[in-house]
Write a protein that binds this ligand. Structure first.
Ligand SMILES: NC(=O)c1ccc[n+]([C@@H]2O[C@H](COP(=O)([O-])OP(=O)(O)OC[C@H]3O[C@@H](n4cnc5c(N)ncnc54)[C@H](O)[C@@H]3O)[C@@H](O)[C@H]2O)c1
Length: 347
């Protein structure tokens, strides 16, 4: 098992290794003296791991309650959040009990926000079960739900007490869910020169999954520690590929999953960068090859005009211009602002 400490206002550890789900009771105990745990998960993850984990906690003398909601982004909303909070109150959870999110970015983001709100904040442990949530959403303290007006518009910063990543769970993911996580993994390799593109070209990502996740987390830790509350502009680098990705997600009515949209975004933004002369053809081609070799869906079913119009809504925009974090080479990105017309000409 590997351990990485994130030095935010409240420090916490990320534990990464095989077989950690068998040790959940032991790992949670230091953060839960009352032994009352509130598990927040979705129906698919519940069937795979939720029941097993709740039973193992109960066997070890914990009292575990579960809130299970329908899987998918459509559940990341204020009605389900409200049901989670009401359920916690109904079951008598108190401020020193523990919330445990079990699942991908959706249970992680929404359970994280519930823990920030319930009784003005209760401790939370994140247990990510998708590659995307392992390398990205479970770390860094950003929690949120979506509003009708847009994604992640209602949220809070809430750092977890602990993050538990069982690599056996990640290795056993269905191919399409694993591939989605590769969108964020590829983004990490664009921001920092890592060995991951090499693993992808050799078809060796799963064999090296622990080191892939570790490298992505080390990058996220480095950035989050410098800009915990996203006020210094440093965290913006994590949005490489995301301007176009958010537009694609929005245009698809969120039927294209976040990680896949990020992968498409990295390719389109690399091509924009190449056309602007900020990166060479080789860099753009390396990114496109990594996306295609990761089994990600790639055809963009939207017009240039639709993409540009959706990009105008991006939260990062400044002075009526669309902000992009474009690759200069593998391991380096720069901020570029474009008008919608400039963008259409570059797409
Ligand atoms: N907070 C952050 O910093 C941050 C960063 C990136 C993304 N996000 C958010 O993360 C979300 C996307 O995350 P996601 O792709 O993990 O979504 P998700 O939680 O919806 O998981 C995707 C699908 O995989 C299923 N699943 C989860 N674990 C599984 C397992 N082990 N085996 C089989 N199926 C499994 C889920 O039931 C779901 O159907 C988005 O809402 C995005 O906004 C947040």
């Amino acid at each position: 098992m590997q351990k990485m400490t994130v030095n935010t206002t409240e420090k916490y550890d990320i534990l990464l290794g095989a077989g950690l789900k068998e040790k959940v009771a032991e790992l949670l105990l230091p953060f839960c003296p009352t032994k009352k745990v509130f598990i927040i998960t979705d129906d698919i993850v519940d069937r795979l791991y939720g029941e097993e984990i709740a039973e193992s906690l109960n066997r070890e003398g914990f009292s575990a309650e579960k809130f299970v909601f329908k899987n998918g982004e459509a559940s990341k909303n204020i009605s389900v959040l409200s049901e989670i909070l009401e359920f916690a109150a109904l079951k008598g959870f108190k401020r020193n009990d523990l919330f445990l999110t079990l699942g991908g970015g959706v249970p992680g983001d929404m359970g994280g926000l519930a823990s920030a709100l319930y009784m003005r904040g209760v401790p939370i442990v994140q247990m990510p079960t998708t590659l995307l949530s392992a390398v990205d959403s479970s770390v860094g303290g950003k929690t949120a739900i979506d509003l009708k007006a847009g994604k992640n518009l209602c949220g809070a910063f809430k750092q977890p007490k602990l993050v538990i990543i069982d690599t056996d769970i990640i290795k056993n993911l269905p191919d399409d869910i694993f591939a989605c996580g590769m969108g964020e993994v590829i983004k990490c390799n664009i921001i920092k020169d890592l060995p991951i593109f090499d693993y992808i070209s050799k078809g060796a990502v799963k064999q090296n999954i622990e080191s892939v996740i570790f490298d992505c987390l080390a990058l996220k830790k480095e950035i989050v520690e410098q800009d915990e509350f996203d006020t210094k502009g440093i965290r913006n680098i994590l949005n490489a590929g995301h301007t176009v990705a958010h537009a694609i997600e929005l245009l698809s009515g969120f039927s294209i999953m976040h990680g896949n949209a990020v992968a498409m975004g990295t390719v389109i933004e690399a091509k924009i960068s190449e056309k602007l002369g900020f990166c060479n053809k080789n860099t753009a081609q390396t990114i496109e090859n990594a996306v295609k070799n990761s089994g990600l869906y790639f055809e963009i079913p939207f017009s240039k005009e639709d993409i540009a119009n959706a990009c105008i809504l991006d939260k990062k925009n400044k002075d009526s211009r669309i902000v992009f974090l474009l690759p200069e080479k593998i391991g380096s990105c720069r901020e570029v602002k474009l008008t919608a017309d400039e963008l259409i000409n570059l797409l």
